[in-house]
Design a protein around this ligand. Structure first.
Ligand code: UT7
Length: 323
């Protein structure tokens, strides 16, 4: 008998305000054509002044609970992947816990930047396998617009705000690749690359700081490392590229998504792509894409999904799961 963490529900939330590429042309030396052709992004959602990361996360969590037909008090743990928590502490996850009216169980944030959701899923899976929790709400939520230097055209046009959530539940299974649920995970980081993607604030400066990125360098690592980690995760599950129904990648750049799919020998009609509508929402991008992919009718029960992501750290990884 093998324990599997199976997806019971999924949901997302995007703030109302949609900003097109053309809006940046008024304040920056940029163009819709450059942003589309270099990144694939056409628009992004930005949070309103009063909205917080915990607000976005709560909306996504409620949508996932509704999809699962569950109440908040049936959840044992909340893991929230974010790099834009509202306060240094307490965690945004505990704020979501309070917003949901959940007074038992435990909640905490995971911070692995754009790879955060893959790290959070892996942590949730480990808690379920270890018998620490039966049902875990895993959320990715970000307000990266609060970290933007709006004068830096190399970064501010790329990011957006949003949240997505999944509910995982413990089940007993045969222990084969045909089982539903998380089949394998692969996590990596290499702190030597901290200077190519970081926020120049924190307790060392007493400010929140702004995002700084050497885009070309990050791009180079991304295409190489994403295919590697996806292959490693598939291998651990005893599977290969031919078994994949959907790649649900971190949505940073369509050229990275295409390059990774090509290296994995998976055609683009088996990749869920939302980057054109959301931009890069960091840890929120994979659960957003899972939720949108399901709503579009792309992802169906029994499908074999590979998620992969890379971000600041560098930190990167992949999760293989059967929906
Ligand atoms: O999610 C976390 C991980 N992050 C990523 O995965 C992002 C990875 N990197 C990328 O997606 C791409 O590197 C970018 C989209 C950021 C940039 O694309 P690129 O093809 O690597 O362009 P580049 O940085 O080499 O810049 C090419 C040119 C430069 O001008 P010069 O030096 O050739 O004259 C930039 O100054 O494009 C210029 N440029 C812009 N031009 C118009 C940079 N940003 C803009 C802009 N509009 N917004």
């Amino acid at each position: 008998m093998t324990i599997r963490a199976v997806v019971r529900g999924v949901g997302h939330y995007l703030p109302d305000r949609v900003v097109s590429n053309a809006e940046f042309e008024a304040s920056l030396d940029t163009s819709d054509d450059w942003i589309r052709s270099r990144s694939g992004i056409e628009r992004r959602h930005l949070a309103g002044p009063g909205q917080t990361t915990a607000d976005l996360a709560t909306r996504a969590a409620k949508a996932a609970l509704e999809d699962a037909g569950m109440q908040a008090d049936e959840i044992d743990a909340i893991i929230l992947a974010t790099s834009t928590a509202d306060l240094t502490f307490p965690s945004a996850a505990t704020m979501v816990q309070a917003n949901l009216g959940m007074t038992r169980g435990f909640a905490f944030d995971v911070q692995a930047v754009c790879a955060g959701f893959v790290f959070a899923l892996t942590t949730a899976n480990a808690l379920i396998i270890a018998g620490q929790a039966t049902r875990v709400l895993v959320i990715g939520a970000e307000i990266f617009s609060r970290l933007m230097d709006w004068t830096d055209r190399g970064t501010c046009v790329l990011f957006g705000d949003g949240a997505g959530a999944l509910i995982l539940e413990r089940t007993e299974a045969a222990g084969t690749p045909a089982d539903r649920g998380i089949l394998s995970t692969d996590l990596n980081s290499d702190g030597r690359h901290k200077d190519i993607l970081y926020v120049d604030g924190g307790t060392s400066t007493g400010t929140t700081g702004k995002l700084r990125m050497e885009g070309k360098e990050v791009f180079r690592h991304a295409v190489e490392k994403l295919a590697e980690t996806a292959h490693a995760a598939l291998e651990k599950a005893g599977l290969g590229s031919a078994d994949v129904d959907w790649i649900v990648p971190h949505q940073a750049n369509i050229r990275i998504i295409e390059g990774t799919a090509k290296r994995m020998q998976v055609s683009m009609d088996r990749v869920v792509v939302t980057v054109q509508d959301h931009g890069n929402t960091s840890a929120a991008s994979i659960p957003l894409a899972l939720s949108v992919g399901k709503a579009r009718g792309q992802i169906k029960p029994g499908d074999l999904i590979v998620t992969e992501a890379i971000g600041g750290g560098l930190a990167w990884g992949a999760v293989v799961l059967r929906w």
